[in-house]
Ligand binder design. Structure first.
Ligand SMILES: *Cc1c(COP(=O)(O)O)cnc(C)c1O
Length: 424
């Protein structure tokens, strides 16, 4: 397989961009990432003309795949050609806000921003402003974007920044606990209950393998936050409009969070984030409240058009049936291959999310430590390249999950299963 153009592009990129990329995980591919020339339905074609079945799908935003249906494309192009943005409101922001409020029961009001990171940053500030408290409980291995309050490691006794450039004093207000560990949450509430503004959690850990909540975990979080007048924030940047369809993962789990953060799919492939929730809480954002929140590009008409038309298309067509059906076919096929060839591995995922975790004992991971203990080096150094050599593009490491889109076909699934058979 010829990689000359990708290698040359990466060489140029290394001279002018740190690590040659604009987002760290893209450089995880060794020895260098391949550059994409264009997408085509469920496939991408790289800079050297090689075609791959693409299960990365932009790392989550592309529910419909690379070919946008005609009405989606037309509305995006119309908005772009009318002049990209204005610094004053437009109707399409209201349209998308109404759509989300209609479909996600916990959301009465919503503020659109430009990234998932911006959404979680604003949500944390909002929770602190609303409750007048400082501390945030997060899950080890949970990911809430590149923001100061959540880039922490360690545990609740010893939180420390997980990145250079963040003062230790910031991390003192963040309490990381293992996912699915009710006792750890009870302990932090026993110690800090009066100063916990919120528990911030992904309904399903989607950036650290895929880790599913155990029965009752989210109900427990809902109860304990209520008991202590803390807020429950669901970070649905990945799961929103993917798991549980238009009602999101919270509808699947039957949980009503106080605040929900969105991103990825809600922008239809363009930069987006959003913070939604109970009106009485969301109203605390400026200008109706005193928690400062603003953005030049927030509610960008092109993004709003892409998000609205994507979700409308999903509401009116068999999008979720299609992606979830192919997700089932993939996971069932993978289960069989794993049982046969690597019984110590685990197939994880639901709806249109999937991942094979290279666990060492065949036990489904229940927290981040379980995923970290998997054969992550084999995944990255050997397995990923074998899949690529067979024309299958998987996410860059063991931790990022993979996505089925409306552009994928049964043939893509079957080809991918064949590739797993050879690579596992
Ligand atoms: C992707 C992601 C983010 C960050 O979103 P960006 O748009 O990359 O800033 C936050 N939370 C979760 C759960 C995500 O998956």
């Amino acid at each position: 397989m010829n990689d000359d153009n990708s290698r040359e592009l990466y060489d140029r990129a290394l001279s002018v961009m740190p690590g040659g990329v604009n987002s760290a995980v893209r450089a995880a591919i060794e020895p260098y990432p391949f550059f994409v020339r264009k997408g085509d339905a469920g496939h991408v074609i790289d800079a050297d003309g090689t075609r791959y079945v693409d299960w990365v799908m932009g790392l989550g935003p592309l529910l419909l795949g690379h070919d946008l249906p005609e009405p989606v494309q037309a509305r995006i192009q119309q908005k772009a050609s009318e002049g990209p943005m204005y610094g004053t409101p437009t109707e399409i922001e209201v349209d998308l806000a109404e759509f989300v409020v209609r479909h996600v029961p916990s959301v009465e009001k919503i503020r659109f921003v430009n990234s998932g990171t911006e959404a979680t940053t604003s949500a944390v500030r909002l929770a602190r402003g609303y409750t007048g408290r400082n501390k945030i409980v997060v899950n080890q291995g949970g990911y809430h974007g590149a923001q100061e309050s959540t880039l922490v490691e360690g545990d609740a006794e010893n939180p420390r920044p997980s990145s250079a450039g963040i003062p230790q004093s910031f991390s003192e207000h963040t309490l990381p606990v293992p996912f699915n560990d009710e006792e750890a949450v009870r302990e932090v509430f026993a110690e800090h209950g009066d100063d916990i503004a919120a528990v911030l959690t992904e309904p399903i850990l989607g950036n650290y393998g895929i880790v599913h909540p155990e029965e009752g975990y989210h109900e427990f979080l809902r109860d304990i936050t209520e008991e202590h007048d803390s807020l429950l924030i669901f970070d649905e940047v990945i799961t929103g409009f993917r798991v549980g369809g238009l009602g999101c993962a919270q509808s699947e789990f039957g949980i009503t969070p106080d605040i929900t953060t969105f991103g990825k799919i809600v922008g239809g492939g363009f930069p987006v984030g959003a913070i939604g929730g109970r009106a009485e809480i969301i109203e605390n954002f400026t200008p109706s409240g005193d928690v400062f929140q603003a953005g030049t590009f927030s509610g960008h008409p092109v993004t709003m058009a892409a998000g609205l038309e994507t979700l409308k298309f999903a509401a009116e067509n068999d999008v979720y049936e299609h992606v979830n059906g192919l997700g089932d076919r993939l996971r069932e096929g993978l289960e069989e291959i794993v049982a046969d060839q690597a019984p110590e591995y685990t197939v994880a995922g639901t709806d249109s999310m999937f991942k094979v975790i290279f666990t060492r004992d065949g036990e489904a991971p229940t927290n981040a430590a379980d995923v970290k203990n998997a054969e992550t080096d084999r995944w990255r150094r050997v397995f990923w390249g074998q899949m690529k050599a067979q024309g299958v593009f998987l996410s860059q490491n063991q931790f990022e999950c993979q996505f089925v889109s409306y552009g994928h076909t049964e043939e893509d699934v079957d080809r991918t299963l064949e590739a797993y058979k050879h690579a596992l």
